[in-house]
Design a protein around this ligand. Sequence first.
Ligand code: NAD
Length: 436
Amino acid sequence: MKVAILGTGYVGLSTGVALAEIGHDVCCIDVDGEKIKQLNQAVSPIYEPGLEELLIRNLASDRLKFTTSHRDGVSGAEIVILAVGTPQGEDGAADLTFLEQAAKDLAAHLEPNTIVVIKSTVPVGTNDEVKRIIEANCSEEVSVRIVSNPEFLRQGSAMKDTLEAERIIIGSDDQGAAEKVKEMYRPLHVPCIVTTLRSAEMIKYASNAFLATKISFINGIANLCEAVGADVNDVARGMGMDKRIGEAFLQAGIGYGGSCFPKDVKALYHAAKQSGKDLGLLAETMKINEEQRVLLVKKALNRFNGKLTGKKIAMLGLAFKPETDDMREAPSIEMAKLLHEHGAEVIAYDPVATKNAKKVIGDRVSYACSILEAVNGADAVLIVTEWDEIKQLDVAGLVEKMKHPIIFDGRNCLDEEKIRACQNIEYYPVGRPAII
Ligand code: NAD
């Protein structure tokens, strides 16, 4: 099939590469000329495991193209996918400016039988609104066919998640259009759920809000475990073996971040309020997460009697999660700001996100090229992102480099045996007994 994609970010690019890989003829369109130039040189503008290899292969096979021209990209396409950003607006609601603009950009070139698929995460009713915008801006012979197809990939495993998805949601009031989109995905052999536009839109928000709530729930339990002397890792394991609960998303830590959970929970909460429903549960999910993000700073303040002035603090990891260079809503941003305000000298290390981190954290921290450089002479280490390199670090070697071997592990990711083998170490995980 001939497919065009508007928006070549994490979702649009992963989808485009995956659809080309399964044999479709794909053209990705973006308004960012620099991004398109890089992609045409087979260089991925984002860090995503496995993506660049597939990008190179599919560019070479001529199944994948990149352009800044909406007219060229959309020409002859049977399906056009909208995958532009829907960031958080000032009032907490989803900001649909990019999507509305993309709909107008598309409308001018839309051909009569093309199906428009909305993959961006959007509040219930948005697909209808996009249809209206396109209808108002396209030529008369076009009857607009809309399909909602929310995306569930996770950054850090986007290619795997796209090629081996657990389910595909297809929402439409146009049965033929839904069938055509199902057909596009058929080579993936993934179960499809076909539903209405509005249910599809809601499935995405409800899924993200549920996962975020699961994280906040276990973080609330973790804080209680600390207060009463229980171990949240054992608690989570014991809970997770119950199939009704499941073990995923029960890792206590410093909360969720990234470009999706924070904004999607807020947007759903906001949309519910507009419909006269108060989803107070989500208010609590957000509150716990806000507090959890700065937990390590609070613990460090507590350990150093309220004074961090002149203390050298190493932050290990900056990205909101491992295997991505994305800094959107990363807990490290707020942590760096607070540590700086308290007069700490912060030196940070991340294997891939440093370039993006510099744009949002700036010179509040200095940036090291290795773990050992970051921890050299440090009074304390804060573990922020559980990159493999950090999980597997040589604790004894790290302790040797530090001024004071005090570690606050925000991801409960260090090996306890290695910790216990070190003399004089102070190790503070989340929701588990400290090792002192
Ligand atoms: P992104 O910011 O990485 O990419 C969006 C791209 O759209 C940018 O490259 C931008 O230049 C481009 N764009 C903006 N306006 C355009 C236009 N008129 N025409 C063509 N291109 C245009 O965003 P993302 O992270 O890929 O997210 C896209 C959507 O998918 C959002 O709604 C998000 O909530 C949802 N989503 C994201 C993830 C994720 O993990 N990132 C997962 C599932 C769903």
